[in-house]
Design a binder for this molecule. Structure first.
Ligand code: UD1
Ligand code: CA
Length: 455
């Protein structure tokens, strides 16, 4: 059976008070509508229709894909009117699913459950039971529990308002009858809107047995109309991510303060302290410890490595048992072999530290290749930029760079070579040599310091 998914995204989102169309507001740093599209794609539909109204340019710039069919709804005359815009595209033999661009937490599993429940009938609804159903359309069932219709809050009588089963808005229908019901909608109701929900009573009248399914969590079907609701969806989403990483074997010191804005894979016995933000694609091996206040983006960190507090890691690859921080900064293209160490106020960019090598204090390593078991002293700077070009520094195995040295690239320091503290190195240092490149010390006896004038 072919599947068509229609996503409603025409609303302006006035309550966001924003220049951005509502559906571009983000959950986990990704526009809500992209979460919905991702969920839709997981079901392998043959088409995805995006019903848009406001902010068309911004939407089309941000949301892309050959599989997206953009359909404009010029005036927002109701959810039924929105779906009517897709009628010319709906094929008789398709199953049509209606989703919402501002309901980002829906899972493919829940949608599949609705499709399964509706497999043998022409209409299925995702409903849920709420202690406080205020605001939602109520599901009307007869004495045999058959769904008869949906009554909107504003059109409901006192008995109907007491019904605790509500419409999530998400439905699935067979193409041919869906089109005929949609064409028959009227706006004769309290809000003078074309209600999508009115197709339910039409189907029931024609004897269609209306199927239903429920989401696993109510947050899956919650929408964001304002920034408060957006924040609560963010927390619900983060809780879901937190559950996944805990299930995979990570201890979260406080799962309520967990933030993953991408994909995170964890090994066993990982510990993640508070206030750590993960972005992009991150892999943490077994036993990795991440101390508080770190940002980790597009990185892989090997077994047993420790990232101490306040470190910033992006585009880096770390072997086993490495140490970084506190206050370490690994920029794009940083590689640490096993047991390498980066200490406080050390910045690394497009550089590699070999096995067991250390740069523990106040250092910049840019475009640098360091061998094994080298020691990069405090305050070492690789001068990789002459104002125009970037050049490479090479440091051999077991080299020792004395504190506060400048290595002016391109330059190479051989294996087991030593650089005296405070050197400016501009020429090759061969293996096992000592290089001292600094002014000689002079001591002047009985030195008188200058006096203040007039005193
Ligand atoms: C709708 C349902 C209600 C359900 C509730 C769940 C109808 C008539 N009612 O009510 O039964 O309990 O959702 O949240 O369907 N939209 C458009 N074009 C329009 C109108 C709406 O794209 O012309 C989009 C909006 O941007 C929004 C979504 O459809 O994302 C829902 O519309 P809204 O008017 O908020 O419906 P509700 O009153 O919440
Ligand atoms: Ca709504």
């Amino acid at each position: 059976m072919k599947l068509r998914i229609i996503i409603l995204a025409a609303g302006k989102g006035t309550r966001m008070r924003s220049k951005l169309p509502k559906v571009l507001h983000k959950v986990a740093n990704k526009p809500m509508i992209e979460h919905v599209i991702e969920c839709a794609r997981a079901l392998n539909p043959s088409a995805i229709d995006l019903i848009y109204g406001h902010g068309a340019e911004q939407l089309k710039q941000r949301v892309t894909g050959d599989d997206l069919n953009w359909i404009e709804q010029q005036q927002q005359l109701g959810t039924g009117h929105a779906v009517q815009q897709a009628i010319p595209f709906i094929k008789d033999d398709e199953k049509v699913v209606v989703l919402y661009g501002d309901v980002p937490l829906l899972t493919a599993e829940t949608l599949q459950a609705l499709l399964d429940a509706s497999a043998d009938t022409d209409l299925g609804l995702l409903t849920m039971f709420l202690n406080n159903p205020v605001g939602y359309g109520r599901i009307i069932r007869d004495q045999d529990k058959q769904i008869q219709g949906i009554v909107e809050q504003k059109d409901a009588n006192l008995d109907q308002l007491r019904i605790d089963e509500v419409n999530t808005g998400i439905m699935v229908a067979s193409g041919a009858p869906f089109k005929s019901w949609l064409k028959d909608l009227s706006n004769d109701n309290a809000q003078q809107e074309y209600y999508l929900t009115d197709v339910v009573a039409m189907a029931a009248e024609q004897g269609v047995q209306i199927a239903s399914a429920q989401p696993q969590q109510t947050s899956e079907v919650e929408g964001a109309n304002n920034r408060q609701q957006l924040a609560s969806l963010e927390r619900a989403f983060q809780w879901r991510m937190a559950e996944q990483v805990m299930t995979a074997g990570a201890t979260l010191v406080d799962p309520a303060r967990f933030d993953c804005r991408g994909q995170l894979q964890v090994g066993e016995d990982v510990v993640i302290d508070v206030n750590v933000v993960f972005e992009g694609n991150v892999q943490l091996g077994d036993g990795v410890i991440i101390e508080p206040n770190c940002v980790i983006k597009d990185a892989s960190i090997g077994d047993g490595s420790v990232i101490r507090a306040n470190s910033h890691i992006e585009g880096a690859s770390l072997g086993k048992n490495c140490k970084v921080g506190p206050f370490g900064r690994l920029r794009v293209g940083s590689t640490l072999a096993d047991e390498a160490q980066i200490g406080n106020f050390v910045e690394m960019k497009k550089s590699r530290l070999g096995k067991g090598s250390k740069a523990n204090h106040l250092t910049y390593l840019g475009d640098t290749e360091v061998g094994e078991f080298a020691n990069i002293g405090a305050g070492t700077i690789t001068c990789n930029y002459d104002g125009v070009n970037k050049s490479v520094t090479e440091i051999g195995d077991n080299a020792f760079i004395g504190s506060n040295s400048s290595l002016v690239a391109p330059v190479s320091i051989g294996a087991k070579a030593t650089v005296g503290a405070g050197s400016v190195i501009t020429r090759t240092v061969e293996a096992e040599e000592l290089a001292v490149g600094r002014a000689k010390q002079r001591n002047i006896s009985n030195w008188q310091r200058p006096q203040k004038k007039g005193s």
